[in-house]
Write a protein that binds this ligand. Structure first.
Ligand SMILES: Nc1ncnc2c1ncn2[C@@H]1O[C@H](COP(=O)(O)OP(=O)(O)OP(=O)(O)O)[C@@H](O)[C@H]1O
Ligand SMILES: [Mg+2]
Length: 296
């Protein structure tokens, strides 16, 4: 490992902390708040839901950014969430990832893990990955090195120094490069990628940590039409093996995400709660939705 890569590794761990643990690795069992022991890899989805929000309220100086929000995501589902600016979409992700504590309500990962009792880094390590709008890759490192760092997760500098890729790990990176359409750019410096390619690289870095639930906040912002289409293909290919919650304003993208299954559920948020939920055609035909969002 080069000194640059080591330094980047240390910075990545700082960034991981800053980015609310989005880059945390599998750390196995870990003591969380309230004395609860969290084991990575154990999410009880026997009741169908991987994520369950019930009556969540978040107030900022009396203003309710989330107002009795209830939402349930089935394991393996790809759920699109739309809604006007300020509807509470990002705040909802902040609650799920432990960045913001709600005033009231319940939030469960599977049927047994109470997210409101866990710290942000614990939530990341039990398999909830989050992608923020702005890509945050290591610009001066190669695409391959970025994925390698993501694979190492939050191990200490000392072990990162002696880290050697196993054949299996190298194969995983190879498969990821293929999946995110960057196979031909593996040795390219990430800073030279297009905006869309950087977004893909970040999604790849997230996937290297094998999250069960992926939260993606406006993932195609700034992408070309072609990049947007490829991103929709990528997310559809993850559906089933992963659960995805995708927040977007780009309706063409929402259409592309749902076109393989016209019954796929779309949720419309407005003023901190669910205004409508149903197929894309249903919500597009809903008068209230047209009035507050689509008709603008
Ligand atoms: N930390 C905060 N302090 C005060 N108000 C906040 C805070 N975070 C969010 N808000 C407010 O809560 C409301 C919901 O914001 P949020 O960012 O969740 O909306 P959003 O649906 O993600 O919007 P957009 O589509 O523009 O990203 C907004 O009115 C916002 O100004
Ligand atoms: Mg937002």
């Amino acid at each position: 490992m080069t000194p640059e890569l080591m330094e980047a590794g240390a910075r990545m761990r700082e960034a991981a902390a800053l980015r609310r643990g989005a880059a945390a690795g599998s750390s196995g069992g870990r003591e969380a708040s309230y004395g609860r022991v969290v084991h990575a890899g154990e999410v009880d989805v026997s009741h169908g839901a991987i994520l369950y929000l019930d009556d969540i309220t978040v107030s900022f100086d009396g203003f309710k950014a989330l107002n009795a929000l209830s939402l349930s995501i089935t394991a393996g589902e790809l759920r699109c969430i739309i809604g006007p600016n300020g509807a509470g979409k990002t705040t909802m992700m902040d609650v799920i990832t432990g960045k913001t504590r709600p005033d009231a309500g319940r939030a469960f990962f599977g049927s047994t893990i109470d997210l409101l009792r866990l710290r942000e880094d614990d939530i990341a390590s039990i398999g909830i990955g989050r992608k923020f709008q702005k890509p945050t890759v290591f610009e001066q490192l190669s695409v391959f090195e970025n994925l390698e760092l993501a694979l190492q997760g939050d191990r200490g500098v000392r072990s990162a120094m002696f880290f050697r890729l196993s054949g299996e790990q190298a194969d995983r990176i190879g498969a990821m490069l293929q999946l995110i359409h960057l196979k031909d750019s593996a040795q390219r410096i990430a800073g030279l990628l297009s905006h869309g390619q950087k977004q893909w690289l970040e999604i790849g870095m997230l996937l290297m940590q094998d999250p069960k639930l992926l939260l993606l906040d406006e993932p195609v912002a700034g992408m070309t039409d072609e990049e947007t289409e490829r991103t929709a293909e990528l997310f559809r290919s993850l559906e089933g093996s992963h659960s995805l919650v995708v927040v977007e304003h780009d309706m063409k993208f929402i259409h592309e995400l749902t076109m393989d299954n016209p019954a796929k559920k779309v949720t419309v948020l407005h003023e901190g709660s669910v205004l409508a939920e149903g197929s894309l055609a249903e919500v597009q035909g809903n008068e209230k939705v047209v009035e507050v969002y689509l008709g603008r």
